[in-house]
Structures are given as structure tokens and as C-alpha cells.
Write a new protein. Structure first.
Lengths: 302, 302
């Protein structure tokens, strides 16, 4: 499973029905939280996410609409009796902000709170396990900001169709072969796995890019991405504002998606000045085809 | 007008339908915010409060359920283009927490942000204008905590009914007299204000006490209060937990209300372990009569 749930996709300030940036990426049951605007813990409850399964939180930058919900979530984990360690990846300074508040409230967590502070201006690998790796995507914003590239690895073997041609294989044989097992046919014929399969690593890639000005340096890093979330705070008619605030327009997001040849583009981080979200889709569609619009509490399968 | 709106009245962690501590006190159109749990700015929008009219924010203590929404509200004020100064009254340390986050996000406010840090263990006057004064109510909690006593002053003059007896006064004459004006009757008779009125200062008092262990030191400070909000995190069957965590039970809150002879008691800061809020009312009713239960977004006239 490689599934993304949008908890909030609006810029600047949260309102009753518009939540600021936060997403949950579910990789085979392991949950990765990406950004954490105010009220994220309430959105997690609405989305019926099991809190305890969140072990890694990635914060893009220290503007409030991307991290003001973090201290509340950390605090709630403590009150719920969490014991599993929690890893937080974010810009240098995030540790000081969180620990100052824990100190002032005399509420140290009972679980290990591990900070991984980022300051590199180049893409770097920041997390890896058997099923996923995460690296940074340096963004161009008003303060130090990173996007994140999640690469999920599937170690299933690939069926060698030349070798299996003419063999009387049942569906379960294919599954066994993909899992790396040897098989025995109904007539007793035995095959070692390598006789019928090839090495294969099927990668799925999800890239999160919020917030950033139009930035062609991203294109190379985004090659081969299955789903790209790219901020589209503005429409082209406010391109001057986008430039001034170091955000992107829907068209600019689509240009990056097209140049990087990603499979699909997911737009988000919408400014509240626009009442019609379909305008983002229309504008981006001029240069790219497969586009989705973010929506709070909507899930996308990658 | 002296009106209280509950924005949140639940302890510990906010959920979709249960918000943590925050209240708005409306004194003749001037708004005083008391505590500011996570999501308070969304609750303010739901309650249709005009943000700009909030000029003073009082924070009781630095546990998250009482102030994690403050940095978001300050940030939103900035994004909405606020220019009016904002005054924040709270425990020593609050300035460092807020300014650190503004510094890290490179988002200094364009309006004056004035911190009034509190550290006294005795009741002190912390704010006063023509219509209201605010003093602290030292509480007994796990960390340094203050309640707040709001005393609203009405400087309207009192009609001297002996002097006005037999005079042919219209309703607008009474209003003019209460405002301190001289009046002229239809037949041309002139009266100076002092001939028909008496000096009068009508006080209304609202006291906010959250969070605190049972604390008899409060009784003297609460004498003459019209409405007392007193935390009732627990019921008596968890009196041991209340003692351990320095909170109160509903019965203890009612005992304080009775001993201080307040006019009405408003219970709040309920623990989420209880599904039936009427149990708080039942328990407190054993020793006090006029009791209300807090409810998110409910308004009480004082």
C-alpha cells in the first residue's frame, strides 16, 4: 500500500473548513506525517488515523501553517501514553521551539523524541528502511524549506515470461514466484525460483513540494515520480504576488510536472482568495494532463 | 453588555467536537480572550467573533491545552493586516515562546505585541480602563497558574425616585438622566442632573479559575462575584486523581462557590473520561444551587 491522505491543503490561516498543510502517507501500514498545521490532530481523528502508527514526522519549513500543530500532537501523544519513539525531521531550530515549550510546561515526553535537524541546501537522504527511503528536495521559499521525496521499494521478483511460457501455472504459483519461493507443479515438476524469475525492484515515488517559487532545479530530482504534490498558491493573474512571496502559480506547478515528466500532479496550498478551485485545474491543464486537486480528508492511491 | 462565550471547555487534548480552554468576554463591545487552546482561531470564526476587536489576551498557564492556539492567532492577526496593538498577559516565559517562533519563521508582526509577564504569587491588578479592571487570582496547579477576575464598572447615574415622583418624564428623560445630562420637560421646566439622580457604580464580576486544586485561599477573592467559572476536571469518584494532578472535582468547585457566596457557578474543563456531563451538575448541586455547565460555543450573559 502506498496511499496519501490530505489532512489540510490551504495556505496561511486555518478556518472551520479549510485546514493548513498536513498529509499522511501510508506505506504498508507505516504512517509518515508530512507537515503539521494547527489542528492537524483533529484532522487525524476525523480521518480515523491510528495515532500510534505515526513514527516519523517531516516538517518542510517553519512557517506557522506548516508546523503550528506539531507541539499539540507531541503533547497529545504523551497524554495518550505513547511509548514508541517519534522522529521529527525539520529545519534547524525546530528542536529549540518544541523543547522550550515542553520545558515551560514541565511536560517532558515519556517516549523518545528524536530530532533530525536539516540545514543542507542540497538534496540528501534523511531516512531509509526496507520498504521506503526519504530524501529532501531543496525548495526556493522565503525561509529555509525542503520538500520530501518518498521512494517506496517493492522487492517482489519479476516473472520471466520466456521461461514460464508453456508451463501449466496456477495463479498462486505466480504469487509464490514473485515472493521469491521455489514452486512445484501439479505433475510434480520442481523449479527453483531463479529459473522462472528475474531481479526486479519496483519503485513508487511520491514527491511533496510546498512551499516554493517556480524552481527548475527541481526538475531533475523529480524525474520518475509517480505523484507530485506541488503547491499552487496562486493563479497566473497573481503571478506578481507569487513571485513576491516565493510561491507558485498553478501553471508554474504544471510546467515543473511536465518538464519532470511525472505521472500525475496533485495541486494544493491554495490561497483563500479564490473561491473556485476548478480554475487551478483549468490553468494547469494547459501544459499537463493528469492533474488532481487536493481536498481536505481526501485519499489518493499512488 | 457583559457576556461570556465559551470557545472550548475540555481538558487535555482537543478533538473534533471537544475544544480545549478558551473564552471570549465581551464588555460593551471590547473583547477579552481568556486562554487560547489549539484551534481557538477556528472557534472564534465559528462564533462569528470579529478578530480585530480582541485587544487583550489572558493566559492562565503554560500547559498546552490553554495556550497552544496563541501563536497561530498572533500569526493570523498579522496575515489579516492587523495594526492595533495586542496585549498578552501570561506567565513569565510566554514572551520567549512566542518570539522564538516569530524569529524562526521570519514573521515579525506589523502591529505592536506587548507582553505583560506575570510572576507574582499574590493577586494583583494587571489591567484597568474606564469600564473594566482585571486582577489575577493565584491558583494552585502543577505549574505557575493564575485565574482572572474581571470587574466591569457601569458609571451610569441612578434615578432618585423620590425626586422624580409626580414629574411627567418621558423614557428618553430617564436615559438622559442616567447618562448624567440635565433635562428640560415639555412645559419648559429645567432640572440639573444632580437634582434627580444619585451617585451609583454598578459592578459586575466574572471570575475565571482554571486549572486549580481545591483552594480555600480563593474564597475571599471571589466574594461578590456574579459568575464564577471554576474548573471541574473530575467527579468525586476520581478525587484521588484530582489531588494528584492538582485539579478539582465538581463538588470541590461547588464548595468554593458556596463559601464565596457567588451568584452563579459555571463548571468546565471536563475530562474526556466522562460521557455524561449532567453528572457534574448533579454532584455540584449537593452544596450549591445556581449552576451551569460549559458547552463549546455557548454564550452566558452576566
Amino acid at each position: 500500500m502506498f496511499e496519501l491522505t490530505i489532512l489540510g491543503c490551504h495556505s496561511a490561516t486555518p478556518t472551520e473548513n479549510k485546514h493548513t498543510s498536513s498529509q499522511i502517507l501510508d506505506v504498508n501500514g507505516n504512517l509518515f506525517l508530512i507537515d503539521c498545521g494547527e489542528g492537524t490532530q483533529m484532522q487525524l481523528r476525523k480521518a480515523k488515523v491510528r495515532f500510534t502508527r505515526i513514527k516519523h514526522i517531516f516538517i518542510s519549513h517553519l512557517h506557522g501553517d506548516h508546523f503550528f500543530g506539531l507541539i499539540g500532537l507531541i503533547s497529545t501523544f504523551r497524554l495518550l501514553g505513547r511509548s514508541t519513539p517519534l522522529n521529527i525531521y525539520g529545519p534547524k531550530g525546530i528542536k529549540q521551539i518544541i523543547t522550550l515549550q515542553l520545558k515551560m510546561s514541565n511536560s517532558w515526553t515519556d517516549y523518545a523524541l528524536n530530532f533530525h535537524e536539516l540545514s543542507s541546501l542540497k538534496s540528501e537522504l534523511i531516512y531509509e528502511d526496507d520498504s521506503i527511503s526519504v530524501s529532501t528536495l531543496p525548495l526556493d521559499h522565503r525561509i529555509y524549506t525542503n520538500g520530501f521525496l518518498f521512494t517506496s521499494k517493492t522487492n517482489k521478483r519479476k516473472i520471466n515470461s520466456h521461461a514460464t511460457k508453456g508451463l501449466d501455472l496456477e495463479p498462486f504459483h505466480y504469487s509464490q514466484l514473485q515472493e521469491g519461493c521455489d514452486i512445484e507443479l501439479a505433475d510434480g515438476t520442481f523449479f527453483e525460483n531463479q529459473e522462472l524469475t528475474l531481479d526486479s525492484v519496483t519503485e513508487k515515488k511520491y514527491a511533496y513540494c510546498s512551499d516554493t517559487a517556480y524552481n527548475e532545479d527541481l526538475i531533475l530530482l523529480l524525474k520518475g515520480v509517480d505523484l507530485l504534490y506541488h503547491e499552487a498558491t496562486f493563479l497566473e493573474r497573481h503571478a506578481d504576488l507569487a513571485k513576491k512571496t516565493k510561491h507558485s502559480t498553478a501553471l508554474q506547478a504544471a510546467k515543473i510536472a511536465a518538464a519532470a515528466d511525472v505521472k500525475a500532479l496533485l495541486l494544493g496550498h491554495f490561497s483563500s482568495r479564490y473561491s473556485e478551485k476548478l480554475d487551478f485545474l483549468k490553468e494547469a491543464s494547459k501544459v499537463f494532463e493528469t492533474i488532481f486537486l487536493s481536498e481536505d480528508l481526501k485519499t489518493f492511491s499512488i
